[in-house]
Write a protein of this length. Structure first.
Length: 139
C-alpha cells in the first residue's frame, strides 16, 4: 500500500548498505522537505511525545473516506525533519480510509529504522503516526 515516493526511499535505503549513509540520507530528506510556516508552529499542531519539537499541520481535501490526506510539518531537529519527510512520502495523497489501512510499523520496518533510532526518536515517530491516524479517522 506504500506510495511510489515511499518505495523510492525504500530502494535508496536498500542501496545504502551502511546505516551512517542511511542516516545522512534521512537528514538530506529533511533538508529537502519544505519548511512549515512559523505561523503554524503553534500548540494546536505540536505533536506531544517527541523529544524534539515537532509540528504537523494536516491538510484534508474533501470529506468522508474518499477525502485526500496530506500534511505539512517541521521540527527543530534535522533528523526528525527527515522522519517527517519519510512519513509524508508514506501517507500524502492517500485517502483518509487508506491512511487508516497503512501498517506504519511494518512499512517503516522495511527501512530498518526500528533498530537504529533511539527509543525517544522511536516514540516520537509513533506519536506522529498516531496523530496522522487520528486526523484521518476524524476526517
Amino acid at each position: 500500500m506504500a506510495s511510489a515516493a515511499f518505495e523510492e526511499i525504500v530502494e535508496t535505503f536498500e542501496f545504502l548498505e551502511d546505516w551512517e549513509d542511511r542516516y545522512r540520507h534521512v537528514i538530506e530528506l529533511g533538508k529537502a522537505f519544505p519548511a512549515l510556516d512559523t505561523a503554524f508552529q503553534v500548540p494546536a499542531f505540536k505533536v506531544e511525545g517527541c523529544a524534539s519539537q515537532v509540528w504537523l499541520r494536516p491538510i484534508v481535501e474533501g470529506q468522508g473516506p474518499a477525502a485526500r490526506f496530506g500534511f505539512e510539518g517541521s521540527s527543530d531537529a534535522m533528523i526528525v525533519r527527515g522522519l517527517i519527510a519519510i512519513l509524508h512520502a508514506l501517507y500524502a495523497g492517500l485517502t483518509t480510509a487508506e491512511v487508516l489501512q497503512v501498517d506504519a510499523p511494518a512499512e517503516l520496518g522495511r527501512l530498518g529504522l526500528n533498530e537504529h533510532l533511539s527509543s525517544q526518536r522511536s516514540n516520537g515517530v509513533r506519536a506522529m503516526v498516531e496523530r496522522i491516524r487520528k486526523v484521518a479517522a476524524e476526517a
